[in-house]
Structures are given as C-alpha cells and as structure tokens.
Design a protein around this ligand. Structure first.
Ligand SMILES: Cc1cc2nc3c(=O)[nH]c(=O)nc-3n(C[C@H](O)[C@H](O)[C@H](O)COP(=O)(O)O)c2cc1C
Length: 362
C-alpha cells in the first residue's frame, strides 16, 4: 500500500522552469490586512507560516491605484510598497519556499470609497455589474458604472502591469501570476457581455483576447517568460460574468496564444463554473495545447490531487481555504493529521484573528 508520504503530490517538482519541494500550491487569497495598501509584518508572519508548500501565490495585489477595488488590499506600484514586500519574499525564502505575486486589477469590481484619492474605476466598457460590494465607510453599496477605457488608458494599464511585474522581481519574488480569472479586469475583456467595444480590443474572439495577450506579452518581455504565470477561470459567472456562446473556443485560442509566449504556468479555477459538465473536455484540450505547467484548483483534497497529478491532468494542485486554517498543511497531509476548517467570518477582518493565529497540529 502506498503511504501518503510516497504520494506524487508530496514529491518535488522539477520542470524546465520550476523547482519546487512539493506539488502543493497555496492559492491566491485576498485577506484585506494591508492597511493603506501596504504590505506589513503581520503579512510576512502569515506567509512565513505557510512556506512548507511548494509554491505560495500571494493575495491579489494591484499594479495601479485604479486596480484597488477592495479595501485594505496591497499594491505593488509604489517604491514604498515594493520595499515593504521584500520582507515577505525574504521570510518565505529563508524557509526554502518559493513565492509568486498575483497581480490583480479589479477593473469594474470596485468602489470609489475603497480607492485612494484620484483613482478611477475602469473597465473595457461602461457596463455596470449587478449587485453590491463592501465598503468600510458605508457598508454594502451598489457597484458604480465604470468608465470605458480609452486606448490611452489601455496602454497605460499595460505599462502598469509591466512595471508592477518588475517591481515584484525587485522585491525578491520568484515570479508573478496575472489574475485573468474570477471577473476582474483581464477577464472583463474576454467576455462579450461585459466587453462591448468596437475597436481592436472588442467584438471578435481574436479582439477580445487581445488585451490579455498584450499584457502577458509585455510582462514576458520585461521579466522573462519563466517568471510569468496566469490564472484563468473559463465558464466563470462570479462577479456578474454572464455565460456566452463560444467560451470553449475563446479559451482554446487564448491558450494557444499564451503557449506561443512560453509562459511558465496556467492556473485553472474549477468549481461551480468549470465543472463536471463543461470542464473535462476543455481541461484536456488546454493540457494538450499548453506545453508547460498546469495548476488546477477548486475543492481539492489530497486524494483528488494525487489522482489529478498521477493521471497527468495537472502538474500542481493549489489549495485555498485549507491553507488559511492549516499553516502546517503539508505536514498534516504527510502524517494524515486532521485538516482544520477555515472560519469565513475572519477571511477579510482586520488583525491576527483568523489570520496568523491558526495553530499547527498538536
Ligand atoms: C478568502 C478568499 C480570498 C480569495 N482571494 C482570491 C484572490 O485574491 N485571487 C484569486 O485568484 N482567487 C482568490 N480566491 C479564490 C481561491 O484562490 C480559490 O480559487 C478558492 O478558494 C477555491 O479553492 P479551495 O476550494 O481550495 O478553497 C479567494 C478565496 C478565498 C476563500
């Protein structure tokens, strides 16, 4: 019988671009502890506690004041932010961990009350998401109508992504992950119900893909393809992203383009959207097209992770909620110790509670 420590998921990954001590990845998770959008010591403690995973992907971090849609999320556009992130990368590296920074521009999922003075709520088109979002000052508020980006805004945002990627590398990170999932700016361009543009960034499938491709290409040119990954969530409906006819073709073509850039990995979000009905054929198509690392995510446990890796569907599996409540997650998997449940009430609350105070297994 195979003991858990012999599981493939718990062994090293050695690929041409990545060397990780195991195949367990910490999924990016916004925790809203970055007061004034600045990384801090508490965040260094949190990430340091979790450095036994093969790879940590940080919480969504904004490349621009315009991408700070939620309160107390960090940025990576200023010198001060870049400087403060250094302590986090150093803490993880001291524990022989690896860490990529997720670059998240929230686009239309935003509210002025969450943003610094002068920041703008931008989107491919002036299409308001239905629903409400949290603001610290006034509680739940309806989403505002975003401004449609001009071509100048588009170029500026591409420059912001490339500068942010360079800042992340200067702050000691091993790479960056572009957040192309869950209804934020990059995915807003992909979806024809949200992107109503009639210039070269909207309309045809080729045009809707252009922004994601151009951002990725520019970042690759700046920091090198092996330091770049991207997160995608085909069939996503979260953040008011309606389904559309050619989701499959859109992602097939996008992945072909991303493969031509030779980026390090694609990180796919499964779950309610990409599911048993629509998922398997698209996932195997993506696996076939994309030559480098595939990370799968969404509701995994060790047994499913082992199956996905051993059957060749994925190279790595990322875990979200279990990494919130189990700082020693890898140790627990190896020893078959109980996995603690995370408490949603403290996902985004300030301070140590529900953040750095989850104990290791006793
Ligand atoms: C508190 C919380 C914050 C999250 N923030 C982000 C984020 O900043 N970026 C992102 O791509 N996904 C984010 N996610 C989604 C997770 O990365 C992951 O896809 C999700 O939790 C499903 O994985 P799991 O079943 O292993 O938890 C967040 C999830 C949670 C629970």
């Amino acid at each position: 019988m195979t003991t858990k420590t012999q599981y493939n998921a718990l062994q090293e990954l050695t690929s041409k671009d990545l060397h990780l001590k195991n195949k367990i990845v910490m999924a990016p998770m916004t925790r809203s502890r970055a007061i004034n959008n600045l990384p801090n010591d508490l965040m260094a403690t949190y990430y340091g506690q979790r450095a036994s995973v093969g790879l940590i992907i940080t919480e969504g971090t904004s490349p621009s004041p315009n991408g700070l849609g939620y309160s107390s999320i960090p940025g990576i556009y200023s010198n001060l932010q870049t400087d403060k992130w250094k302590k986090i990368s150093t803490t993880v590296h001291k524990k022989e961990g690896k860490i990529f920074m997720q670059l998240m521009h929230t686009g239309r999922i935003s509210h002025k009350e969450n943003m610094p003075e002068g920041a703008r709520i931008l989107a491919p088109s002036a299409v308001r998401p239905s629903g409400e979002m949290w603001t610290d000052q006034s509680g739940m508020q309806p989403f505002p109508i975003p401004e449609a980006m001009s071509l100048e805004d588009i170029n500026q945002s591409i420059n912001e992504f490339t500068q942010a990627a360079e800042n992340a590398i200067n702050a000691g990170f091993d790479g960056i992950e572009l957040h192309g999932a869950n209804g934020y700016l990059l995915e807003q361009f992909l979806n024809p119900e949200v992107n109503k543009r009639n210039d070269t960034f909207g309309g045809s499938l080729e045009n809707r893909i252009r922004y994601v491709y151009e951002v990725t290409k520019a970042v690759v040119q700046r920091i090198g393809a092996k330091k770049v990954g991207i997160r995608l969530s085909p069939f996503n409906t979260f953040n008011d992203m309606p389904l559309y006819d050619n989701v499959y073709e859109t992602y097939q073509h996008l992945v072909e383009k991303l493969n031509s850039l030779d980026i390090n990995y694609i990180h796919l979000v499964e779950g309610p959207s990409l599911n048993q009905d629509n998922g398997p054929s698209l996932l195997s198509k993506i696996r076939e097209i994309f030559s480098n690392t595939i990370i799968l995510n969404g509701g995994y446990d060790l047994e499913r992770a082992e199956h996905a890796i051993s059957s060749g569907q994925a190279d790595l599996i990322s875990f979200g909620r279990p990494l919130i409540s189990n700082p020693d997650f890898v140790e627990r998997l190896k020893n078959q110790w109980d996995i603690a449940e995370a408490n949603p009430a403290t996902f985004y609350s300030p301070g140590e509670k529900g953040y750095t105070d989850y104990p290791t297994f006793d």
